[in-house]
Ligand binder design. Structure first.
Ligand code: MTE
Ligand code: LUZ
Ligand code: MOS
Length: 750
């Protein structure tokens, strides 16, 4: 089944927040953000702005009727700065005016007098000065201290990975207005409707039932709207509540890039120990996560880094520690992979370092240490259906990796100014929110009298195709034409207490809730048809919109069945509830069974490097991916391609740069480069691993949104190989992104 949204997207018919027809009297908000990264607000001059024709009101923290607090996990972030500012762009005030242009003009007339305080942008410096967002955490397996003496080789090193701008096409935004009984309806471009509802209720001092949040779709989220859609929704709601008029707040692209948090940069010290036959016996890391000025999702992201720190390998003795450091940058947040890419980049770097020092191929160490069935992860769970070796050997064979290696060698011996490099990137990614209680969802299904079906769930469509997958589920359970099914907006009054659509588990959680609801309805319809046909329900089935008795047609179709059920006063509405079984985690011991299952895969990445200019092109990315039984190969392949390219962007060209005083330098699309059609690999092949998917995956089709992001990491190591082929003096280092400038410096390193 094709993605049901494609046609409306390309013809411009899909409605995003800024496309919602506005009500008469709608006002527009623009945010005044802090011009300084750290300081005390001495005074805020708004008079000039207030006098501008068309300005209605300027809101600050003083206007908030409830609490000035938007922190989700930890309550450490004000909606509007009070006496201090902690990052450039931190919202201080909201100007509301008769037009967007006037609101923005007025923002420029505000001046804040700020007494500057010391600015820290570096995570290690923050840690040294005791600026941590939350207590540090360590995951342990075995005993590293006792393992070091048993190692034949020990290597140490340092790894840096950079931030990443989400660059969703639709910027953050919200439209809010009053409804009956002084309640508020908020349209928000958010991955988490309930989070917006909960925080808006807190800010306005209202019970949650007075706030309705509605999400039609997002023009991309990528994690950037898991937490950070909330402040703009709260601002629109606050202004609309206090002025009693509809208010729209849509961020200008440049404000969005400036004000919102990004992927967390990490700086890491590692130590890795191997036996003489290249078994990794011990692995230890100390990681400094750059959290920005408030916690946001950093605690959860730290946790996923810890879970995925050993990548696709089994290491009997590990000790990994993450410090979440408070700096004067915008609070960093969820981004596809959620801390796992940072962890996996480090283990791959440690292996690359060992291989380089030992003068053996990285592949040999990888092969020797892949996770095997029954191995224990450092968090206690045992690997079940550990498909990494299957993916790897399938890739080696299918793609003839030995031949690729020879071709690369042959090319390099024949060419001086161009060099090729190849790398293998294995992935193992756990599916489930690491916080167990978040793994629940609900679906509300109506079968209307005419046989059409309306579905509401907590899932948010953001381009990943979850709505199409939901239609597939209902269509399959009822055995009806997908054209009969409509997915409604995600709305907190229809489906409450939703988890954000994140952790790649949107389809699993909401799809399973939907399956439960549809199955219950089907049972009722079967009981109706058993009455119609005076036979036992067990003899009946519904196939292709027809009621069959022992496989034979009965003359009763879907429409007739539904109509009869309705007239017989059978309930044609059902609410399905799903909570992932089995999973649990004990934070006091840092052990448990946190993931429903793992997704595996291997990518073979080949690059050609222009050694005069430092620029490069990715020739091929050849992937064996464990989809389980993919329920939609078009969508799933699209997810793998998109994630891969986003991952390559992260380790190669996307460079988030701040000045020492906390100013974002890569603040526009002329200074921040994302992959475009010219920079995607020339050839991407994706072959599914032939296995049955796990029972806990929706229709045994594994979650797919995030895991393939980490294939992109292979691009880094393909590049370093190519650099070394040109310059044997290049001292292998780990400092992503490896931009063309950095490549050039390394090509001519002495
Ligand atoms: N694909 C598109 N087109 N747009 C997005 O914003 N977000 C990614 C991934 N794929 C995203 C996407 C992220 S970060 C996640 S967690 C998953 O989709 C969320 O959706 P799912 O849980 O339904 O897979
Ligand atoms: N969000 C979250 C996530 O709150 N918990 C998670 O475990 C997670 N994992 C990936 C992406 N977002
Ligand atoms: Mo995705 S980072 O879980 O929104």
């Amino acid at each position: 089944m094709k993605n049901i949204d494609s046609k409306n997207h390309v013809t411009g018919k899909s409605v995003y927040v800024d496309d919602i027809p506005i009500q008469a009297g709608t006002l527009f908000g623009a945010v005044f953000g802090s011009p300084k990264a750290h300081g005390r607000i001495l005074s805020l001059g708004t008079t000039e702005a207030e006098l501008l024709e068309g300005v209605v009101k300027i809101f600050t923290y003083k206007d908030i009727p409830g609490r000035n607090q938007i922190g989700g996990i930890i309550e450490d972030e004000p909606l509007f700065a009070e006496n201090e500012v902690h990052f450039i762009g931190q919202p201080i005030a909201l100007v509301v005016a008769k037009s967007e242009i006037i609101a923005r003009k007025a923002v420029k007339l505000i001046n804040a007098e700020i007494e500057e305080l010391e600015v820290i942008t570096d995570a290690r410096e923050a840690k040294e000065k005791g600026n941590l967002l939350i207590p540090s955490r360590t995951f342990k397996l075995g005993d590293v201290e006792n393992a070091w003496p048993k190692c034949d080789y020990i290597f140490e090193g340092k790894v840096e990975s950079g931030g990443q701008e989400h660059l969703y096409i639709e910027t953050q935004g919200s439209y809010a207005y009053l409804t009956d009984n002084n309640s508020i309806k908020i349209h928000s471009s958010t991955q988490g409707a309930t989070l917006v509802q909960k925080i808006a209720a807190r800010v306005l001092g209202l019970p949650m039932h007075r706030i309705e949040v509605d999400v039609a779709r997002l023009g991309g989220g990528f994690g950037g709207k898991e937490d950070q859609a909330t402040p703009y929704a709260c601002m629109a709601a606050l202004a609309s509540f206090l002025i009693q008029k509809p208010v729209k707040v849509i961020l200008h692209r440049l404000d969005d890039i400036l004000m919102t948090g990004k992927r967390h940069p990490y700086s890491t010290d590692f130590k890795i120990g191997l036996s003489e036959n290249y078994r990794i016996l011990a692995y230890q890391t100390t990681m400094f996560q750059n959290g920005g000025a408030a916690s946001d999702l950093s605690p959860a992201i730290m946790e996923r880094t810890l879970f995925h720190s050993t990548g696709a390998y089994f290491i009997p003795n590990t000790e990994v520690t993450v410090h979440s450091c408070k700096t004067n940058l915008p609070p960093n947040t969820a981004f596809r992979g959620f801390g796992a890419p940072q962890g996996m980049f480090v283990i791959e770097s440690a292996i690359a370092k060992a291989a380089c020092e030992l003068n053996i191929s990285k592949r040999l160490i990888q092969e020797t240490n892949f996770l095997k069935e029954g191995n224990q992860f450092q968090y206690g769970q045992l690997a079940e259906n550990a498909n990494i070796e299957k993916c790897y050997y399938s890739a080696i064979k299918t793609y003839q990796v030995n031949e690729i290696e020879k071709e690369v060698e042959g090319f390099n011996s024949k060419n001086t100014n161009y060099k090729k490099g190849m790398a293998i990137m294995p992935v193992c990614f756990g599916i489930s929110f690491t916080k167990t209680p978040m793994n629940q969802a609900r679906a509300l299904v109506h079968i209307y009298q005419d046989g059409s079906v309306g579905i509401s769930t907590g899932a948010v469509e953001m381009g990943q195709g979850v709505n199409t997958k939901l239609i597939q589920v209902a269509s399959q359970v009822f055995s009806i034409n997908p054209g009969r099914i409509k997915i409604e907006t995600t709305n907190t009054t229809r489906v409450a207490n939703t988890s954000p659509t994140a952790a790649s588990s949107g389809a699993d959680l909401n799809g399973n809730a939907l399956k439960i609801a549809c199955t219950t309805l089907l049972k009722r319809l079967k009981s109706t048809s058993s009455k119609m046909l005076s036979c036992d329900a067990s003899e009946l089935s519904i196939e292709g919109e027809k009621v069959l008795k022992n496989g034979k047609e009965t003359g009763i179709g879907w429409n007739k069945l539904v109509e009869t059920a309705f007239l017989g006063r059978v309930c044609l509405t059902e609410n399905g509830h799903y909570a992932t079984p089995v999973i649990h985690f004990d934070k006091t011991k840092e052990k448990g069974y946190p993931f429903a299952y793992h997704v595996y895969g291997v990518a073979i990445v080949t690059v050609t490097l222009d050694c005069i200019r430092g620029i490069y092109e990715f020739d091929d990315v050849k992937i064996i991916h464990d989809f389980g039984n993919s329920m939609n190969t078009a969508i799933d392949n699209g997810q793998v391609e998109g994630a891969l390219v986003q991952g390559i962007g992260w380790v190669t060209m996307e460079e988030v740069a701040f000045s020492k005083d906390g100013k974002l330098l890569s603040n526009s699309l002329s200074t921040y480069k994302v992959p475009d059609i010219y920079s995607v690999p020339k050839n991407i092949e994706i072959i599914p691993l032939i296995v049955d998917g796990p029972e806990l995956a929706l229709l045994r089709s594994k979650a797919v949104g995030e895991p393939p992001f980490m294939y992109g990491i292979g691009a880094y190591f393909a590049l370093t190989k190519a650099i070394r082929a040109f310059n044997p003096n290049y001292k292998l280092d780990f400092d992503a992104p490896l931009t063309p400038e950095k490549v050039l410096l390394r090509l001519y390193q002495k």
